[in-house]
Design a binder for this molecule. Sequence first.
Ligand SMILES: [Fe+2]
Length: 168
Amino acid sequence: MNSDNDLQIAGDILEVPHLLQPPREHPATVAEFVGLARAIAADRAQWAHLVRYDATTRWYHRLRTGPGYEVWLLSWVPGQGSGRHDHGPSSGVLTVLEGTLTERTERGTRALAAGSQRVFAPGYVHEVVNDALEPAVSLHVYHPGLTEMPMHASPHCDARTAPGALTA
Ligand SMILES: [Fe+2]
């Protein structure tokens, strides 16, 4: 035992609840937002029955809100994509729930299979598309809630891509 430090808690810590941090009702750190997304992803009863697939427009549903954050559920039929965009002042956590999505950034292309998560800061630019042959479902946590999704010209095309939805 380190004799320089004789601080010890005698007895049962659970008997002194005022020394414990209360569990937080809402996430407040990046790790907690990631954890919230993982918890929702693992609990299909929270979202599976809500998913719709719409071949004419991107489908999205606000699953939950909390102080300073929003949780969105999105579906992607094969071929649907977000266009190249950022998220204004929002940070986000993207979690693939079903299927596979492809994320394109200036750094390259990344396949995101079910269970994959991406955390991004304000100003992060990407394009998300379902390049696969099966529909995909994803969960998006935004902090603060998404208020704008500026579109960016594709590096391969001069025309601005029209947004399909205000979430991606
Ligand atoms: Fe996005």
